[in-house]
Write a new protein. Structure first.
Length: 64
């Protein structure tokens, strides 16, 4: 239940999307989100990335 509430809070909270980032997906941890963001940048699919993290989930947004 706590994880579900944290995920809902991330979806509803103001975030990097307001700055022009595009939401990509949810990850189980900040480390997983960071690794995915780095992969998008290394693969040339994004210029930068941002992870909104809580103790149980993280939301990845990329700047394309």
């Amino acid at each position: 239940m706590t994880g579900l509430l944290a995920a809902a809070a991330l979806l509803l909270a103001p975030s990097a999307q307001a700055a022009g980032y595009v939401y990509v997906g949810m990850y189980p941890s900040a480390a997983a989100c960071d690794a995915a963001g780095k992969a998008y940048v290394a693969g040339g699919q994004a210029v930068s990335y941002f992870c909104d993290a809580t103790p149980t989930t993280a939301r990845l947004s990329i700047w394309v």
